[in-house]
Design a protein around this ligand. Sequence first.
Ligand SMILES: [Zn+2]
Length: 421
Amino acid sequence: MSLSPSHGDRLAAAKLWLISTAAQPGPDPPRDLPYLARALYALVPVPTSEVPRITCDEHWRVYINTDWIETAPIPAIGAELAHLTWHLLHDHAARARDLRVDATTAAHWRTASDAAIEHTLRADTLSPDGLPTADDVGLPAGLSAEEYYAVLSGLPAAIGDNRHGRLTEPGCGSGCDGLTRSHELPPGLDRPGADLAHIGRDDARQIRRLVAIAYREHITTRGTKPGDAWRWTQDILEPTIAWQPLLGSAVRRAVAWTNGNTQYTYTRRSRRQSAVPNVLLPGTRRPVPNVALVIDTSGSVDDHLLGRALGEVDGALRGLGVTGSSVTVLACDTAVQSVTRVRNARDTTLAGGGGTDMAAGITAAAALRPRADVIVVFTDGHTPWPHQAPPGQAVIAAILGRPEHTLPPSPDWAKRIECRL
Ligand SMILES: [Zn+2]
């Protein structure tokens, strides 16, 4: 069960067309995408008559209709290979399982993941036949498959739409949606002597890593970064540590630092006093610290993300017994719009919506009476900052943004936590 030599040649030609540089100008020159090489040469071709063109399973096998590969133009074969390879690089099968994609929603997932891939491929001047665009979905280009799917799966099933296909149809294969088709081989068909291999999870992980390194260089050289594929390289190469625990621990450390600054006092007796009855030991005074939350309400801050960041800080403060009147919220755009004392930071109503100047917010927070010990600033970071730290106050800068963005700098004197959607 392997491709005939002539079909193998056409497949090899399509891979070369994708990765090599054009020797001379022509109507459909090679695409110069060497970053795909690792993945393309890992694919295991399986001839079949069960699919109209070509599909993949999640073990990196590509099922190829032999009539199709015999007659399809090499660039069309190349474009399909790149399309399926991106399903495998993105691990769309596992992601579909995470979303509990099933036979009733598989068509939506296929459209969603294809629309995400289409945007990546278009930047490399590849356009496989019939791939839906973000426009078709009615959403901006560059989003993830999950984002498209969220919208699509809320819509009625597109029965009768021949582009979507139903599960009984091959679609892009289980390499797209994790749902095994009848023509697909079982995993792990690696018996000795068998000429059929598959790519296991560890090998797949290694291939993704190598392609991500090469791809990052490719798009850096090219100068444009398709959102979804750029996020993918970041996820593969620099998996981000969840920001929530970092923000919580920054708050706890700031409060601890405040307590460390507390003077020893003789007004409260040490709990060790009974051990040394004739000497009066100093006790530490541990007042509840005052916390000011400065919130950028300039409209460029994502409300959902802001809510999560506030929730994290609330949780940390509650755990430390810092609640109610010791928390002040300052809503700020170019100037402080409102100052409220709240039980729960998330309960606050935020005013504002113009430009951004967090320096005004921090200055106002620093001037509060009673004095704030800890100031937490929530902003997208596109703001001026004070030149110096407010003296004796710990400042945390929670910079809110999207995963693919490089977030703006913040001053060294503020503890920076990047919070991403
Ligand atoms: Zn697809």
